[in-house]
Write a protein that binds this ligand. Sequence first.
Ligand SMILES: [Zn+2]
Length: 67
Amino acid sequence: MSAYHELTCTISPGGLLFTCVDDDCGRRLVIDRDRGELVVIDRGDPEALHRGFAGGVRMPAPRVAPA
Ligand SMILES: [Zn+2]
């Protein structure tokens, strides 16, 4: 039996960081910003099917300092 896990994407200094939302899994991978290389940091649950949304990257709202 396999389950789908969702990956959330955050922007880190090393590139795009994908983290599994399942606390028991803990899969993490990063996509290198310069080389476009995918590096798995933590394998997590090998039975689970992971899907992420690189197209759904949300940029943090810019902070405007008061004049
Ligand atoms: Zn997972």
